[in-house]
Design a binder for this molecule. Sequence first.
Ligand code: ATP
Ligand code: MG
Length: 421
Amino acid sequence: MTKMIQGVRGMNDVLPDASPAWLHFEAVSREWLAAHGYKQVRTPIVEPTPLFVRGVGEHTDIVEKEMYTFEDSLNGEQLTLRPEGTAGCVRACIEHGLLYNQTQRLWYSGPMFRHERPQKGRYRQFHQLGVEAFGFFSPDIDAEMIVMLSDLWCRLGLTGMTLEINTLGDPAERAEHRAELIAYLEEHQDILDEDGKRRMYANPLRVLDTKNPAMQEMAEKAPKLTDFLGAESRAHFDAVCALLDDAGISYKLNPRLVRGLDYYNRTVFEWTTDQLGAQATVAAGGRYDGLVEQLGGKPCPGVGYAIGIERILLLMEAQGVTIPADVPDAYVVHQGEGAAHQAFKLACSLRTAGLKAVLHCGGGSFKTQFKKADASGARFAIIIGEEEAASGTAAVKRLTGEGAGQQSVLPLAEIAQYLRG
Ligand code: ATP
Ligand code: MG
């Protein structure tokens, strides 16, 4: 036998038993996005590598070690499987003039690729749903982003989420803080790990974002950016907090929350859960007023976030959230040549009438066909034998719920109405 080829490590198949949860998430999230007035953008999975180097930042985990980058063998161009969605979304908006003198509320969803160590809640191909708003300077949109996520948790039936927020100020305030931070890190060089030493000058704020336990105390005591905020940044952040208070959303102020990506300024936030071990963050984002310009557009403020869909699904499972079953209305069983003909036509007409009908294919005894009907979860079995075929009728048997087992014979033309009733 030829050796079987396995899928790529860390890239998962979603099998039929698991897909109802995905479909449920997609259905709920689509309604929720429409309720907030967001429109979808679909961008390619492959982008030019420099888009992420510039857009995500050279000194980030993503660009330093997680990207799937390859050379286009035809023209030698460096290409990357997208590790996140914001850079591509911004590129598309600039390229198609969507940011000129207008605001945009957008969303995207799809697979992302990062070369990290696979474990529960962390994969090499994973899926994000991301939301971006462009052209808004005021703090109301920052708050909208955060509050709309709280609404999503509610719609999905998820509980126990924690919200952490912080402000990263503006570039000038960051520069002032940066100088003091570098001086502090220089004093504590002996505690820094490899990543820390490398990032100390390039991106010192990221050094504080470390997960290394040996560096926690040092990071805790480092100069805090919040102490360097000017009046405008402070007022913006206070306004965001006031809107969250108004909406009745509780949050933790976390001065060390800087986020893994370089492009954020002012508001940053993360929604976390304590039910997924180390992979605790289920959605994260913030404001990135400089990104559009950094990617070659006219200056335009942006705010956004991304939800890790696999982590949401794990959480739904952990919390026993009920996934609505998508069962057929009818499973049509039949025996005999005339009956097969009738059954085929009946299944088509039921679908035209808006019902979900599965036609038994491949023959077999009524007994095996009934087993399939039961396994399908269908509400009704429709039975057509020689006799029914001759008289233009079918037996309709209720398989689930109240009255299961009851059966009546009906003219074919009345079946759709009967199933609906
Ligand atoms: P982490 O600290 O967990 O690596 P991150 O800061 O790299 O997260 P973002 O780039 O902000 O994550 O992505 C937003 C969300 O996407 C995360 O909060 C998480 O829910 C999800 N996510 C990120 N990386 C992965 C992955 N490799 N597998 C599954 N989900 C992921
Ligand atoms: Mg990461």
